[in-house]
Design a protein around this ligand. Structure first.
Ligand SMILES: *[C@@H]1O[C@H](CO)[C@@H](O)[C@H](O)[C@H]1NC(C)=O
Ligand SMILES: *[C@@H]1O[C@H](CO)[C@@H](O)[C@H](O)[C@H]1NC(C)=O
Ligand SMILES: *[C@@H]1O[C@H](CO)[C@@H](O)[C@H](O)[C@H]1NC(C)=O
Ligand SMILES: *[C@@H]1O[C@H](CO)[C@@H](O)[C@H](O)[C@H]1NC(C)=O
Ligand SMILES: *[C@@H]1O[C@H](CO)[C@@H](O)[C@H](O)[C@H]1NC(C)=O
Ligand SMILES: *[C@@H]1O[C@H](CO)[C@@H](O)[C@H](O)[C@H]1NC(C)=O
Ligand SMILES: *[C@@H]1O[C@H](CO)[C@@H](O)[C@H](O)[C@H]1NC(C)=O
Ligand SMILES: *[C@@H]1O[C@H](CO)[C@@H](O)[C@H](O)[C@H]1NC(C)=O
Ligand SMILES: *[C@@H]1O[C@H](CO)[C@@H](O)[C@H](O)[C@H]1NC(C)=O
Ligand SMILES: *[C@@H]1O[C@H](CO)[C@@H](O)[C@H](O)[C@H]1NC(C)=O
Length: 379
């Protein structure tokens, strides 16, 4: 009985399955560039023989835009970074488009190399469906749209996307991209950049620039040590608290004290602060933007869900009219694709025509992909 039920399904699956090479061959209008990049490399073999995965395949237009960008040009000579980037485009599990929901999903990828990501189980992408539109959020708050979905192959499925994903980067470059320059300046001023970058699996509650300005007087002459203490109260070590998994709970922070997370009427609060923008992906976890600076001495502050803005919890502090700490933001330079970022938050790269040419001809890409195949085969 059971066998009888299973057989037609199994046969049907075999009959309808096409190889990954056939998927590429049948969609040259979208995928000939990616196909050319993969070429006859062992990466294609690895992907072709792997099972239970989802490939987010950049379209021809997406790849040419990427190759023309500073990031793409820099990537041409960085084989390890190319591999990391490709690994970030491969999701663990077969996720058909109809499995995506309006509620954000955080799906782990094959990017596990700690040079590029310190997220256990693989760096994630965020996927959100809105009607028939599926959007993928990646690093630096970049978004890609699925333009063609469910191109099934023997090992899973392929979705074509209109923009190359960005591997999530450090708190510094992500904060700059997300207009969190006061936080970036504060973390730099407190000499805490390297310490935060070296952690694995973190959640950062990141006060907006306005939140910092609102207590400007309390920050004016603050020592690096006191500032570090306040900032550490915003960092949770050992938990990547994506919005999809946050519940009413307390979380211990790096500072030692706990923050209280509450979900009220669909809004997320941390102590009394409201999460205004959730889920900025960083190399070692996730950032949620909040509308007030948390005070480690005010752990009992509770939310007022009806208030339009959150009261400051630094007694006596007055606001200043300019963004604070922004003079301490490290200068941003061209960031190489998937760059592991140090104190500067960015790696300078010379974007030469040679690098771009290498990508286009596959001369460098092939070497990179051979290297990457081994890593992918570890699946
Ligand atoms: C894909 O291409 C293969 C041959 O490469 C062909 O047999 C198959 O019918 C095509 N499938 C679709 C859905 O076009
Ligand atoms: C496929 O991967 C998903 C996600 O990792 C997992 O939940 C599921 O059990 C896997 N299915 C198979 C058939 O291996
Ligand atoms: C791919 O497989 C899924 C699940 O079996 C199916 O719903 C979908 O229609 C398939 N896609 C195509 C293009 O046939
Ligand atoms: C991951 O953590 C290790 C150990 O702290 C560190 O050396 C590495 O630079 C981190 N990776 C990234 C991408 O920051
Ligand atoms: C900060 O220090 C300066 C110089 O010592 C002083 O004039 C100023 O009043 C201080 N500001 C605050 C808010 O304490
Ligand atoms: C962060 O957590 C890891 C393991 O969960 C631990 O080894 C490490 O010491 C912690 N770092 C800090 C600064 O607390
Ligand atoms: C979380 O706690 C708040 C009170 O702080 C309560 O109103 C809400 O229903 C709780 N939510 C869940 C999901 O338990
Ligand atoms: C918290 O209280 C301690 C002890 O009273 C004090 O030294 C520290 O400056 C306070 N921190 C903040 C951020 O107000
Ligand atoms: C690529 O890297 C090699 C080794 O670091 C270097 O010698 C070469 O000049 C670089 N080429 C380009 C185009 O950047
Ligand atoms: C994929 O996810 C499953 C859990 O859902 C895990 O057991 C498996 O190790 C993952 N595969 C890879 C290659 O990380």
């Amino acid at each position: 009985m059971q066998l009888k039920n299973l057989l037609p399904v199994a046969l049907g699956a075999v009959a309808s399955a096409q190889s990954l090479a056939e998927v590429f061959a049948n969609h040259t209008a979208q995928l000939s560039s990616l196909d050319g990049l993969l070429g006859n490399t062992s990466l294609l073999t690895a992907l072709s023989s792997a099972s239970n995965l989802t490939i987010l395949a950049p379209s021809n237009d997406a790849l040419s835009a990427f190759l023309a960008s500073p990031r793409g040009m820099a990537a041409g000579n960085d084989t390890e970074a190319i591999v990391a980037l490709l690994q970030y485009h491969v999701l663990n599990g077969t996720h058909h488009a109809y499995n995506f929901t309006a509620r954000p999903q955080f799906i782990p990828t094959m990017l596990m190399n700690s040079t590029y990501a310190n997220v256990t189980g693989g760096q994630s992408v965020e996927v959100i469906r809105n009607g028939t539109n599926v959007t993928i959020y990646s690093g630096l708050v970049e978004r890609s749209r699925v333009t063609m979905s469910n191109l099934n192959f023997t090992g899973g499925t392929v979705h074509v996307i209109d923009k190359v994903l960005t591997v999530p980067e450090s708190i510094v470059s992500t904060g700059v991209a997300g207009n969190l320059t006061s936080l970036v300046g504060a973390v730099t001023r407190a000499n805490a950049v390297d310490a935060i970058d070296s952690l694995r699996d973190i959640t950062i509650f990141a006060p907006s620039n306005a939140a910092f300005s609102r207590i400007g007087s309390a920050l004016q002459n603050i020592s690096a040590a006191d500032l570090g203490n306040v900032l550490n109260y915003h960092v949770v070590n050992g938990t990547v608290g994506y919005s999809s998994i946050l519940t009413n709970t307390t979380l211990r922070t790096l500072q030692g004290g706990e923050v209280t997370v509450r979900i009220e009427n669909g809004s997320v609060f941390v102590n009394s602060a409201r999460v205004t923008t959730p889920d900025l992906l960083v190399e070692n976890g996730v950032i949620h933007v909040i509308d007030a600076v948390l005070n480690p001495n005010a752990t009992t502050a509770t939310p007022d869900p009806t208030a339009s803005s959150t009261m400051a919890v630094f007694p006596g502090a007055t606001s200043v009219s300019t963004d604070v700490f922004t003079e301490s933001v490290p200068p941003q330079t061209t960031v190489i694709v998937g760059a592991p970022t140090g104190a500067g938050g960015a790696v300078t790269s010379s974007s030469s025509a040679g690098a771009k040419r290498a990508w286009q001809t596959g001369a460098v890409g092939v070497g990179a992909l051979f290297g990457g195949a081994g890593m992918l085969l570890n699946m």
